[in-house]
Design a protein around this ligand. Sequence first.
Ligand code: IPE
Ligand code: IPE
Ligand code: MG
Length: 250
Amino acid sequence: MIRKFFSSTTEIPEASPVPRHIAIIMDGNGRWAKKRHMPRVAGHVQGVERVRDIIKSCADRRVEYLTLFAFSSENWRRPKDEVTKLMELFVMALEREVDKLNRNGIRLRIIGDLSRFDDKLRKLIAEGEKTTAEHTRLTLTVAANYGGRWDIVQATNAWRAANPEATGITEQDLAEHLSMAFAPEPDLFIRTGGEQRISNFLLWQLAYTELYFTETLWPDFDAAALDIAITSYQKRERRFGRTSEQLVKS
Ligand code: IPE
Ligand code: IPE
Ligand code: MG
């Protein structure tokens, strides 16, 4: 039976050699461009190419969920022209890629506070999600204007609106209202670009996720680099609070 909601603090997921859900902070585009004396946006353009490859690699490896951090709620702090370019790239990627996702059986979801995006972008997002809604091969989730704290707050408020009389929220209640309630928690988190931090990504969902950091800049992160990350994941012992001895026994 497929359970709708999965929580690493109340149950232990079945171990599988290929991570069911991979979440990635695609970092290092700016530095990639700088090394080549190119404008930062050139790094973002190259980064979009990598997104394409990694989607395919994940589908080929039977990963079921791929979640990509494309724009954080703090990225609005960047220079205005970089933010504008990133929005243009997002629009372009949606215009060009949704058909391809559709042909390849990939479901698209966008999470984040979409209210800050313009109408055109919001319409493309809604259309992209609708066109691909029935696909099951891989769910590609793009986090845009997303922040882990925003998510927890919006979930709490949504729950409160639906349950005005309730006395206290439970973990299960909160999890059901988070924007990734449709997916299991990530098994493997990857951050490219060398920084070792979460930067307000999936704060709640990463509770028991295996973390993998690499110096490789996102525009250089290819299928071989993905395989190295998956191999590292396969060597981890996921204890979920238990002892090593308990794992050997079971
Ligand atoms: C990640 O690359 C892409 C976004 C945050 C949109 P960066 O733009 O952060 O690249 P660096 O970290 O400056 O190299
Ligand atoms: C995290 O990268 C956000 C995305 C990749 C979308 P940043 O480059 O914004 O993170 P910090 O500022 O180095 O923590
Ligand atoms: Mg960065």
